[in-house]
Every structure is written in C-alpha cells, then in structure tokens.
Design a protein around this ligand. Structure first.
Ligand code: F6P
Length: 366
C-alpha cells in the first residue's frame, strides 16, 4: 500500500463532461486511486457533467467505485453537454447567473477544495471560467477529436483511431471486390486530426481535412489516375468538418443554406461529387458514434491513468487552475487559460500531412 503523503487538498469533486470516449474511466481511476491511496483525500463524484453539480447530484466515491473500471468504456459518472455559462437565450442572462451560482453554492456547501473536470475544449473552458469565479479547478484533456490547445494529445484519440483504422481496413476489401470508391466520414468536429491519422493508418488514397479545403477536380484526377494504373478502387477518408474550396469561401449563412440543399453529411456530399465528376461507382459510410464506444486501447489506458495520477499530484500540491498535459513527450500541465476558448487545428506544415503525401495520398489539392 502507498505510504501516505501530505496534501494541500483534503476533499475534491470530480465530473466528466462533453462527448464520452474510451479512457474516461481509466482517468477517473487514476485520479481517485492516487488521491485516496497516496494522499488520503475525500472524493465527491458528480453525475452527468456540470448538470450534476448544478443539481447537487453527488455521492462520495470509495475504492469500490473505481475498481474494475480501467477497461470499461464510457464514464461511470455519466456526462452531459451542460454549459453553465451558456443558455438558450443569451450568455449572461438570469438563467446563466442561476446556474453559475448553483455550481459555486454546491462547491462551497460540500466544502470542496477543488473541482476536477475531465473533458474537451468546452469543459476546460468552463473550468477556466469557474477558476476566474474563484473556484479551484484542475482539468484533464479528453476528446477523440484531439483538438485541445496546450497538450500534444488528449485521451480517447488513440482508441478512436484504432476503431477508425479497423473500419477503413474493412472498407478496403469491399472496395476492391466491387471496384468502387468508398468514402468514409469520421468525427473530429472542426479539426482533422482523426481523419488524418486514420487516413494514414488505413492507407487512405484521399484524405480530406477541414484545414485544407478540397478541390473536387483534384480528387477526381487522383482517382482517375489510380484507375489508369490498374487500381480501379479507392478509399476516401473525410473529416466531418471538411470543406470544399467553394464552401470555405461562404459565410455561415451561405454554408448553412448550401448544406440544407445538399445534405448535412460531408461524406455523402463528397461521394456524390466524386460520382458526378468521374462516373465511378461510389458509396459513403458515416462511421458515427462507434468512434466513441467500446473499451480503451492499451495506449489510452496507460495515458489516461498517467494523466489521472498527475492530476492527483497537482491536487496534493495545491497547484490549481491548470490542465494536465502531454508536452513534447513529457507529462506536465498548463494554465487553464491556454486551452480556453481555442481549438487545436492541424498545422499545414505538420509532419503527418507530409507523411500522407509522401506515400501518395491526395489531400484534396494539387
Ligand atoms: O467532441 C466529440 C464528438 O464526437 C465530435 O467528434 C462530434 O462532432 C460530436 O462529439 C458529436 O456530438 P454529440 O455527441 O453531442 O452528438
């Protein structure tokens, strides 16, 4: 058993917020087993994200709550997309004031020294806003989108990458058998990390990401060249936020109208555009929520656990207002202001783009 160590934090709350992903329970286990076993802290778990702390839907967590959850997908605490600083009618109206007030009241009523939040951009931004309101907050970077500024990687990404890669492998066999172009749409919100990495992992012939608006004629030329070189089948990997050059030039209203007329799924739009441009038989698959389900990969189990124990150390030191992070291969932390309100996009000069091009993938231009 760990020898007990001193800790500035005696009692903290923990919640999971935003889209679920494999690794959440591994991270919860990492935080809680280190906080309780090494530092003797008391832990209060809130259900369903920030809704749980607003409604004081809370319970003290003990060793039985966080044993045997390392390999379980989803989150034992439940999650929601509740954003206390936002409401349907405005940003700082009475409803927001009530929700923010309720969070602060619960935090003080339960005698918390800190609130640990596991989530993506939105969650860590909300955590930062509560830190500005005087609460002690520590964030952990969670999302399959991998788009959190301040950390090289978020947990959940690697597990989703494994699911996407296997799905692309399966599409290869049916594409080859039918001599078809198979388009697969992957998640990732506004960034292209998942599509880029899964495209390389799965040998995608075309990889379309939001950071590089695509020219469907360049895509068509690439696919026709493959056919001429006796490879009459192709895999096209499309991030859900991918845009054509034309769409990228539209304003929000025009883009919304364009999607209303041409369908909300970029995967299906690209498939139709390819078929119209080339005459090749093309099919689309939207992989959807399987990317967020199932058990965590071994890599995510290790990564999420280490982020969790690092968060426990921040709690013990009273090092609040920070998000644990992986930076240049080292575990560390950044001020919560770093990820707040920002999205980590794929830089145009990122090595993985050059890797994709070097193995002959088309990125929608050229
Ligand atoms: O942020 C994770 C994510 O899966 C995105 O990739 C996706 O666009 C979004 O959540 C879907 O949101 P929801 O789960 O609310 O449908």
């Amino acid at each position: 058993m760990n020898s007990r160590r001193g800790s500035v934090t005696r009692k903290f709350g923990i919640l999971t917020s935003g889209g679920d992903c494999p690794g959440l329970n591994a991270a919860i286990r990492g935080v809680c087993r280190a906080a309780q076993g090494r530092y003797g802290m008391t832990i209060v778990g809130f259900s369903d994200g920030f809704r749980g702390i607003i409604e004081e839907n809370a319970r003290v967590l003990g060793p039985n709550d966080f044993s045997d959850i390392l390999t379980r997908g989803g989150t034992i605490l439940g999650t929601s997309r509740e954003k206390p600083f936002k409401s349907d009618v405005g940003s700082m109206d009475d409803i927001v004031g009530e929700k923010v007030g309720a969070v602060k009241a619960t935090y003080r009523k339960l005698g918390l020294d800190c609130l640990v939040v596991l989530g993506g951009n939105g969650t860590n931004t909300t955590g930062y806003r509560f830190a500005q309101e005087g609460l002690n907050v520590i964030g952990l970077p969670k999302t399959i989108d991998n788009d959190i500024v301040g950390t090289d990687q978020a947990f959940g990404f690697h597990s989703a990458l494994s699911v996407c890669s296997e799905a692309i492998d399966r599409l290869h066999t049916t594409a080859q058998s039918h001599h078809r172009v198979m388009v697969i749409e992957l998640m990732g919100r506004k960034a292209g990390w998942l599509a880029l990495y899964a495209g390389v992992a799965g040998g995608g012939d075309v990889i379309l990401i939001p950071e590089i608006p695509y020219d469907i004629k360049a895509v068509a030329r690439h696919l026709e060249a493959r056919t001429r070189s006796d490879r009459p089948f192709s895999i096209v990997v499309v991030a859900e936020g991918a845009l054509s050059i034309k769409e990228a030039e539209m304003d929000k209203r025009e883009r919304k109208k364009h999607r209303a007329e041409n369908g909300p799924s970029v995967g299906y739009r690209v498939a139709r555009e390819i078929q119209d441009e080339t005459g090749m038989e093309t099919r689309a698959t939207v992989l959807g929520y399987v990317q967020r389900g199932g058990i965590p990969s071994a890599s995510d189990r290790v990564f999420a656990t280490s982020l969790g124990t690092a968060a426990a150390d921040l709690l013990a030191r009273g090092d609040y207002g920070r998000m644990v992070a992986l930076r240049s291969g080292e575990l560390g932390s950044v001020d919560l202001s770093v990820p707040a309100g920002r999205v980590r996009y794929v830089p145009r000069d990122h090595y993985m783009i050059d890797t994709a091009l070097a193995v002959g993938a088309c990125m929608g231009i050229g």
